[in-house]
Design a protein around this ligand. Structure first.
Ligand code: SF4
Length: 427
């Protein structure tokens, strides 16, 4: 077994790990991608992208296989005359929003999502949101955020969206501390965590984003929040600006990460160690058993992670410590040293970390290393597969429920599957 549940080294024990910094061409999707999972999470929200045909195509192709009902996203396409300033884009936007709200009376929260084209013509969506809110509130709340950017990563869209929700959240009215879980989780995972927190005696757990727009969590100085995703720097800052306090913890991936994450909340809320042990032990044992078969398949296999989702560092910690994989290189688009401090301490001392991307140089290193498995964006996966390397799309890790005890083996399987598939192809 290679699972470390207790006794994480403290900061003083571990020297900071060197990080290679690169800036050059990058292969990433923009933040509009987040709409694909966010619109499923907030069930009465609608995402209106103010963008171009390219933006519409991106959303449709990313979400195409996942549409299960009438979609709650759309693109208000800016035509050439809008971009050339020949029409008043604000008038157009007001007309489209009025039409949309009349057609979809179930919408309670409308996000105006900025894009590269809307930013190029400096269309002020925050003023548009304010103007339209005055017209349609209280029935519909209208907020805005930006999903644009070739210099961003696709998970930053969620960060921008959640950060836009924070000022709209009501203040806390109760005096006792309240726990807030921050970051989009699949409903099934959220329900599992609610049961665990309940068993630990931590009641009134709230989630950001909520499932319904009307259930925005109350936020104030007595809010203690746990990040469930590692890509929420702006959201965390917005919460801290309202007095909320972040609980430092690794992220809830794998048995070790989930236990340490829960323990951070348990410690902050004064849960007795014996109760914590009694509540978590059966889950830990079951999850560790389920991991055994994947450790047999993955142990000693060499993995290279390209920077894409910002999940790379928690994933690398899980893959190396719970599945005994060898980390060839762990790339991340941004390294938030404070939010990832507990993760970095758990990585091997000789780990090769890189931040940012110069995709050609990184491909050279990857090709030279010939890893058994490469985690990368969609754009790199096909060429690398053609060169005989097994790949895993990093975007799949954001779309799939992977957090918590019950999902630890599912997460491991996501890495075992491409190796099995490639072995079949070669045989
Ligand atoms: S990168 Fe810009 S133009 Fe392209 S889809 Fe994203 S927001 Fe639209």
């Amino acid at each position: 077994m290679n699972v470390h549940v207790q006794g994480c080294p403290v900061a003083a024990d571990v020297a900071p790990k060197p990080v290679r910094r690169e800036s050059g061409q990058r292969e990433v999707f923009c933040g509009l991608t987040g709409i694909v999972w966010l619109h499923r999470k907030i069930q009465d929200a609608f995402f209106l992208v103010v963008g171009s045909r390219t933006c519409a195509h991106l959303i449709q192709s990313a979400a195409g296989v996942m549409i299960f009902a009438e979609p709650r996203f759309a693109t208000a396409i800016m035509e050439e005359k809008d971009l050339a300033g020949l029409t008043d884009a604000n008038d157009e936007l007001d007309r489209i929003v009025a039409q949309l709200i009349a057609r979809r009376p179930e919408i309670r929260l409308l996000f105006l999502v900025g894009s590269c084209p809307s930013e190029v013509i400096k269309l002020d969506l925050s003023r548009a949101a304010l103007r339209l809110s005055q017209k349609f509130s209280p029935a519909v709340r209208i907020l805005n955020y930006s999903g644009s950017g070739i210099e961003t990563t696709f998970t930053q869209g969620e960060d921008a969206c959640l950060a836009s929700l924070v000022p709209a959240a009501p203040p806390t009215r109760r005096s006792e501390d309240q726990l807030l879980i921050v970051g989009s989780l699949a409903d099934v995972v959220e329900d599992q965590f609610i049961r665990l927190f309940d068993a630990l005696g931590i009641g009134r757990v709230q989630f950001l984003p909520p499932r319904k727009a009307s259930a925005l969590p109350a936020i104030g100085p007595n809010t203690r929040f746990l990040l469930a995703q590692p890509f929420l720097a702006d959201t965390a800052r917005a919460l801290e600006d309202r007095g909320a306090v972040r609980l430092a913890a690794p992220f809830p991936l794998g048995v070790e990460g989930t236990t340490a994450w829960l323990r951070a909340a348990a410690d902050a809320f004064g849960v007795a160690p014996s109760l914590f042990e009694a509540v978590t032990q059966p889950h830990r044992i079951r999850a560790e058993r389920a991991l055994v078969r994947y450790r047999d398949q993955l142990s000693g296999r060499r993995i290279f992670l390209f920077p894409d989702s910002q999940l790379e560092i928690p994933l690398a910690r899980f893959l190396s410590r719970e599945l005994s994989m060898q980390l060839v290189e762990v790339g991340t688009p941004y390294l938030h040293r404070e939010h990832l401090a507990e993760e970095l301490r758990l990585l091997p001392d000789d780990v090769v970390l890189s931040e940012g991307q110069d995709v050609d140089l990184q491909l050279d290193r990857c090709r030279a290393a010939r890893p058994d498995l490469v985690v990368c964006g969609l754009g790199l996966a096909n060429p690398l597969e053609a060169e005989g390397m097994a790949t895993k799309w990093s975007i799949e890790l954001v779309f799939t429920p992977i957090q918590g005890y019950e999902q630890a083996a599912d997460l491991a399987e996501l890495f075992a599957r491409p190796l099995v598939r490639r072995a079949r192809l070669v045989a």
